[in-house]
Design a protein around this ligand. Structure first.
Ligand SMILES: [Zn+2]
Length: 197
């Protein structure tokens, strides 16, 4: 993603982002309740600042973008970031990040991770878009993918997100009223299915 912003929007380089973010927020790949808790905190604060009462409906926006296929080590979590799942019977896994582990086995774990797993070539991003001009849009889900997923895979991720959203965010932020994206056939299929329910 850093490469994408650097090339297209004159953003900072990957190295600069990595150095700056060393003591910053650790962004987890995939869906985690801690991310949803952060989303609630942010919107709760902004709503208080602007005196916005009651739940505000939100739309989730998503898309994938081509990124450099690269694996890096996240020192905070000791995970390898950049794979999207096991090579065998491959299916992208949204929070896939092999752990390096203790010193005695770390070398083998790194070698095995590269032998057994597929390196992602796309970043998939989901953004919360509240339907209120004073509330900011927030990137809340990022995951690595090789873009081989189908509509069922997307629906499964939506289902996980819906559960976590209802649990953590719905009462304070507001309900999810829809999904928006480009004209990707996998998502169009799901959107049309939802319209007919
Ligand atoms: Zn994949």
């Amino acid at each position: 993603m850093c490469d994408f912003f650097q090339l297209n929007f004159v953003g900072p380089s990957y190295k600069v982002i990595k150095r700056t973010n060393k003591k910053g927020v650790q962004f987890l790949l995939g869906e985690h309740d801690v991310i949803f808790k952060c989303v609630v905190e942010i919107y709760n604060e902004v709503k208080q600042v602007h005196n916005i009462g009651g739940p505000i409906p939100v739309i989730l926006v998503e898309d994938e973008t081509k990124v450099k296929s690269r694996v890096s080590w996240d020192s905070k979590s000791d995970n390898l970031i950049g794979f999207c799942g096991a090579k065998e019977n491959h299916c992208c896994v949204t929070n896939f990040s092999p752990i390096i582990g203790i010193r005695e086995v770390e070398y083998n774990n790194v070698i095995e991770a590269f032998i057994n797993n597929k390196i992602a070539s796309f970043a998939r991003v989901m953004i919360v878009n509240p339907l209120h001009e004073k509330l900011p849009r927030l990137v809340f889900i990022v995951c690595c993918t090789c873009n081989c997923f189908n509509a069922n895979w997307v629906q499964q991720q939506w289902d996980v997100i819906n559960v976590l959203w209802k649990l953590e965010c719905q009462a304070i932020v507001g309900p999810i009223v829809g999904h928006a994206s480009d004209g990707d056939s996998r998502r169009c299929q799901l959107m049309l299915a939802n319209y007919t329910i």
